[in-house]
Design a protein around this ligand. Structure first.
Ligand code: NI
Length: 358
């Protein structure tokens, strides 16, 4: 088994730098080429930090510009976005209620809608700041908005075009095409939207994803096609139990009702609160043209800085099989995802003896 090591045939890939606890990779086209292998090579870093950021080679970003034709963009159909009602239940502690808005939007309409949710104007102190534009997401500007986010979370209800089936990648893209990533979930007999079929996510300012792990504790990948950045938070694996115990104490009734209550994706706790409780929160700004990968045991959460469009899917590499056995599912949501792990493991073993699978 080579699943636990970070080297295959003596090859290894190291992060270019660490951004607030999050390893950031800047692979060459040669390293980037093979998604399945790349992910095995960087696995140990991601498992440790919960998430990683991948800045693809410019060559690749250029190669997918062909996906953003008027025709392709016009196919995006955001159905029943969710209005996010967020209530404060304590200092830095919030609970979210999702209410579907029975309407559909094309991208143009979504962009127009996002104008009603715009982030606060920049505080301009110096001449340089007077000259700069509000749509430039410098680290300082993002920090200002991040403070505004946690302060004003309950003041207005953001809307999120989450879980929209579809992909912006055209079928001719064969490298890191989120809609067809070579991985173990290809062996599944059924197609589950968002799990082994790509989902699009249309954001506005403050559109939120609450603390969660992936269904069946899978990996996930998120590509930001265009628009404003996403703020991400993650808990290092070494503190995932402490984090869960803290959440359990904060939301006792919900835990009693469902031991897998975080799978409901409705519980928010600020990084400041977590730090006060001794929990490390890694964080990074995810910009357009970049990937975030999330890992088993890596609790993550975040929000969008303004209008944007992202694409996401789950995936698995061999080391996931160790994780999958101890996953518990939520049984109180009727359509909760349940993957047949035994069937997958058997197929994987059958195939991997014969051929180089992916
Ligand atoms: Ni996620």
């Amino acid at each position: 088994m080579h699943t636990r090591s970070s080297s295959i045939n003596g090859e290894s890939i190291e992060p270019a730098f660490i951004d607030n606890g999050v390893p950031v990779f800047k692979p060459t086209m040669d390293q980037f080429q093979d998604f399945y292998k790349f992910n095995q090579l960087i696995n140990k870093y991601g498992l440790e930090s919960g998430i990683v950021r991948v800045i693809p080679p410019k060559e690749w970003v250029d190669s997918i510009s062909s996906c953003y034709t008027k025709e392709n963009l016009s196919k995006v159909n955001i159905k029943n976005p969710i209005v996010q009602q967020i209530n404060r239940t304590g200092h830095g502690v919030f609970q979210q209620q999702n209410v579907e808005r029975a309407r559909k939007y094309n991208l143009e309409q979504w962009k127009e809608l996002s104008r009603h949710y715009e982030p606060p104007k920049k505080r301009k102190r110096s001449h340089d700041e007077m000259m700069s534009n509000d749509t430039e997401y410098t680290v300082e500007r993002c920090e200002e908005l991040e403070r505004a986010y946690w302060k004003s979370l309950t003041y207005s209800e953001p809307i999120y075009g989450a879980d929209t089936e579809g992909s912006l990648f055209t079928n001719d893209i064969n490298c890191w095409n989120v809609a067809k990533l070579p991985n173990i979930l290809d062996l599944m007999e059924e197609q589950i939207p968002g799990v082994n079929n790509a989902y699009l996510y249309a954001g506005v300012w403050k559109a939120t994803f609450a603390w969660h792990l992936e269904d069946q504790d899978l990996y996930s990948i998120n590509y930001l096609h265009f628009g404003a950045p996403k703020q991400w938070y993650s808990i290092p694996q070494s503190q995932s139990e402490e984090f869960f115990n803290l959440m359990k104490d904060l939301f006792t009734d919900e835990y009693k009702n469902c031991s897998q209550f975080l799978r409901h994706k409705t519980f928010l706790v600020s990084p400041q609160y977590l730090k006060k409780k001794g929990i490390t929160v890694n964080h990074t700004i995810h910009r357009q043209g970049e990937f975030i990968i999330t890992y088993p045991y890596g609790y993550h959460a975040g929000f969008n800085y303004d209008y944007n469009l992202a694409e996401s899917v789950n995936f698995a590499i061999p080391s996931w099989f160790d994780v999958a056995d101890s996953t518990e599912n939520c049984h109180c949501i009727p359509d909760a995802v349940n993957i047949n792990v035994e069937q997958l493991r058997k197929k994987y073993k059958d195939y991997s003896n014969k051929v180089d699978l992916f």
